[in-house]
Design a binder for this molecule. Structure first.
Ligand code: SF4
Length: 334
């Protein structure tokens, strides 16, 4: 780990001003904001992240979960994952989010990790974390060791010839299925960004993962009201039962009225370069009957664009089955 200067921001504007001193918000940023530290400190110890300044934002007043006037919820950026998972508003209205949070990491990590930090969680690609190896995300233009290397855990959707790294978060998959909006404050003012627009595909610039600019601070996330009568579920498939990243996961929100699917939101995890929203699966589900044939067609549609590499073709079928299972379970007693 390299030497760095640590200071604390006493206000949102102080944090924004400090972050704006960076020339980039992406890989190689000179200034990093520290909340829970569960990703940043790991990467600093590995010399993957080498900021000259680290600004502690963990004491900013962004740690509440509140009802919004329209029946939705506002989640502060520094709300800890453990607290969010058991918050009554989340458990009652957004079960899929509680389930996804509790499926992630370990109890100790969930006690530290924050909502804003989890949104910016970095990939677990082994080459990204090894500075001796080529990696376009860490060192643009150096190549991608995973294309013909260890790619068993990496993405099959949204990939490019420059990078196939998977987004490792469980929370982000649930937030995608819940149509979350991410609220950002920066040197040019406030912005609200739909989660579908927040993450970027790797393309030729995998070092750029989100639309954030230097100085941008995620202040909170809002969720719209849950559709009355809808049910939600998170299914995570992994190599071991706990403290493991998803090989494939599915977050679904479904409402059935008079034997027909009247609302459907589908997101996949572990298989995409970003939390993978599937309007294709939703189009199949909407208006259909909640049965195995419909669910299998929806899963086929969700994975139709998959581009597996040498070791991760199994993920296509795993994700298919995970989604069919989630849809079957969530509609079972309706
Ligand atoms: Fe780096 Fe992406 Fe290739 Fe992994 S998949 S080595 S993160 S460029």
């Amino acid at each position: 780990m390299e030497l760095f200067q640590l200071s604390r921001a006493n206000s949102v504007s102080e944090a924004i001003a400090a972050g704006a001193a960076s020339t980039t918000a992406q890989q190689g940023a000179e200034v990093r904001l520290l909340a829970g530290g569960t990703t940043l400190l790991d990467l600093m110890k590995l010399n993957v992240e080498r900021p000259a300044r680290v600004i502690d934002i963990s004491r900013l007043p962004l740690d509440t979960v509140e009802d919004t006037h329209d029946g939705g919820v506002k989640i502060g950026a520094t709300v800890r994952n453990a607290a969010l998972a058991v918050h009554p508003l989340i458990r009652e209205r957004y079960a899929v989010l509680s389930q996804a949070l509790l499926a992630g990491a370990s109890a100790q990590l969930r006690n530290m990790a924050t909502t804003g930090g989890n949104l910016l969680q970095r990939t677990r690609c082994v080459y990204f974390r090894d500075t001796a190896m080529p990696c376009n995300k860490r060192d643009p233009g150096s190549g991608c060791a995973a294309l013909n290397g260890f790619n068993r855990t990496l993405a099959v959707l949204g990939v490019s010839d420059a990078c196939i790294a998977s987004n490792p978060s469980d929370m982000n998959v649930a937030l995608t299925a819940l149509d979350a909006t991410i609220h950002v404050e920066g040197s040019t003012g406030r912005r609200s960004i739909a989660i579908d627009d927040f993450y970027l595909l790797p393309g030729e610039t995998p070092q750029r993962e989100t639309v954030l600019e230097p100085g941008d601070l995620i202040t909170h996330v809002t969720l719209p009201p849950a559709p009355p009568g809808a049910r939600s579920l998170y299914v995570k498939l992994r190599d071991r039962a706990s403290y493991e990243f998803a090989l494939a996961s599915a977050a679904v929100v479904v409402k059935v009225v008079d034997g027909r699917i009247a609302h459907a939101r589908v997101a996949l995890g572990g298989v995409g370069t970003k939390p993978w929203h599937s309007p294709e699966a939703e189009a199949v589900l909407m208006g259909g009957t909640p049965d195995m044939a419909t669910f299998q067609r929806a899963a086929d549609a969700a994975l139709a664009g998959a581009k597996p590499r040498s070791q991760n073709a199994f993920k296509v079928e795993l994700a298919r089955r995970g989604l069919v299972h989630a849809l079957t379970q969530v509609t079972q007693t309706v």
